[in-house]
Design a protein around this ligand. Structure first.
Ligand code: NCD
Length: 307
């Protein structure tokens, strides 16, 4: 994937996922590699982030590279009215080997990639996409089940505004016999343009609540309600707290699935789920670092040494 921009989950093919999983496994075993000693990444996170920013930083450091962080929006010239375009042009001029961007506006990662000569990785653009979270999610499923083909995956939460869900759905649609269950209060169901891109590749069923689900699932992927993306806060108040996953609720399902969440969690999974062997969300966050080690190496044209 040398020199490639990663803007959408569709920028990966099934073979890319499988290769990256194998490389991530090697990274996990070796813990650190010295393959990127002359490389520099610049992270530009113009929207709050904990895991994506830190896991990209940790991943770059663990393969031996360096990271320069743009810092918070409030400390930058963006506050003086500098445009996003000029900011990217300037960052690109520092000759980084890769630029990782998060921005609240949909399409901003693509815009940055069009301006920058160096590869751009999308760390989340508005409610649009978050391709490296999809990579993390699939790796977690692959580690748990040894495969992605044939999995039955339920998405629960704010499917309308959650960018991890669109990228995950696109990624799952590249595998065989995957079944998708979209569970959300009606006003938070998946956007039609997302459904449009997957519906011919993978069967999708829609539900208003987890209690309505009448089939066995392997994965329950929960997300928080994305309060910051609501234009009408009264609408947020109406749906807030409308689903809370607890051990009792899980025990009512036909089979207890693994529970995943991109994090941060607000209140949609009770903390007593954490001790269940099916709770995978903290492991998922750690996995994010290993897949990003593999991805950064590939984008920078570096080889992960075989085991
Ligand atoms: C997600 C995001 O930023 O889209 N977090 C993450 O990257 N792990 C999910 C969220 O903010 O709810």
């Amino acid at each position: 994937m040398k020199g490639r921009d990663i803007i959408s989950a569709f920028d990966f093919a099934r073979e890319d996922f499988m290769r990256l999983f194998n490389e991530a496994k090697i990274c996990e075993k070796k813990r650190t590699l010295r393959i990127a000693e002359d490389k520099m990444a610049i992270t530009v996170f113009l929207e709050p982030s904990t895991r994506t920013r830190l896991s990209f930083t940790a991943a770059m450091l663990k393969i031996g590279g360096k990271v320069m962080d743009f810092g918070g929006i409030e400390a930058s010239a963006l506050m003086k009215g500098e445009s996003f375009e000029d900011t990217i042009r300037m960052i690109d001029g520092y000759d980084p080997d890769v630029i990782i961007i998060r921005h609240k506006v949909e399409g901003s990662a693509k815009m940055a990639a069009d301006i920058a000569e160096h590869p751009v990785i999308n760390g989340g653009d508005g409610m649009h996409e978050h391709p490296t979270q999809a990579l993390t999610d699939l790796y977690t499923m692959y580690k748990t089940f040894g495969k992605i083909d044939g999995l039955r995956v339920a998405l629960l939460g704010d499917l309308k505004h959650g960018r991890t869900l669109s990228s995950l759905s696109y990624a799952l649609s590249m595998f065989n016999d995957v079944k998708l269950y979209c569970i959300a209060p009606p006003i938070l169901q998946m956007r039609p343009e997302v459904v449009e891109k997957i519906k011919d590749k993978m069967p999708c069923k829609f539900y208003n609540s987890l209690e309505e689900l009448d089939e066995e699932i392997d994965v329950l992927y929960v997300t928080r309600i994305q309060k910051e993306r609501f234009t009408d806060l009264q609408e947020y108040e109406r749906v807030k707290g409308s689903y809370i996953v607890s051990p009792t609720l899980l025990s009512k399902l036909k089979k207890i699935p693994i529970v995943m969440h991109p994090l941060p969690r607000v209140n949609e999974i009770t903390t007593d789920v954490d001790a269940m062997p099916q709770a995978k969300y903290f492991e998922q966050a750690t996995n994010g670092m290993y897949v990003r080690m593999a991805l950064l190496a590939e984008v920078m044209g570096l080889k992960i040494p075989a085991e």
